[in-house]
Design a protein around this ligand. Structure first.
Ligand code: ATP
Ligand code: MN
Length: 153
């Protein structure tokens, strides 16, 4: 049924809470697990200069410790949990608009299921869904499982 499952993660508790659901399905369907962290260049633009943003968008953030560490921690969490179940994970980091790059990854990699959190790092629970989740639902044609974790802050 599912051969490749994508877990987009911003490293938040809510994104992490979706990981178990993703891995249960991966085990059941013997699917490959893909973890994707997108460096959100729109939210970075407040704190960084244009030149740094350009470099990040070109994928040159290896020496920007804070950016790289956050990315590696986010995808690494998925990979660690997967490894505990004997599953391997393809870890990926890109930079730009999260929902657009999630949709691109789905297309380019032939993902057939996305499992993600209802909310993310902003922690604002006023809206039913965070904007990345809502936009991902509007931009992909594959099923998206949205895991809403009440009480996870
Ligand atoms: P908003 O960003 O709209 O203020 P939020 O941060 O609470 O609200 P979202 O950003 O939509 O909510 O996060 C929902 C889910 O989307 C996360 O649990 C995660 O699965 C995914 N996600 C969010 N940001 C990223 C990102 N930069 N890279 C990969 N996945 C992301
Ligand atoms: Mn967010």
């Amino acid at each position: 049924m599912y051969q490749k499952i994508l877990v987009p993660t911003d490293g938040s508790d809510t994104a992490e809470a979706a990981v178990d659901s993703a891995l249960d399905l991966a085990e059941k369907y013997e699917a490959g697990v893909h973890a994707l962290y997108v460096v959100d260049t729109d939210s970075l633009s407040i704190s960084l200069g244009g030149e740094q943003i350009d470099r990040i968008e070109q994928g040159n953030f290896a020496e920007m410790d804070e950016v790289r560490e956050r990315a590696e921690a986010a995808t690494g969490y998925v990979a660690d949990r997967a490894r505990e179940r004997g599953l391997t994970t393809v870890e990926n980091v890109s930079a730009g608009k999260p929902h657009a790059l999630i949709a691109d990854y789905v297309e380019d990699t032939d993902i057939d299921l996305v499992v993600m959190g209802s909310h993310g790092r902003s922690g604002v629970k006023r809206a039913l869904l965070g904007s990345v989740t809502e936009r991902t639902l509007r931009s992909t044609h594959v099923p998206v499982l949205v895991v809403d974790v009440q009480g996870v802050e």
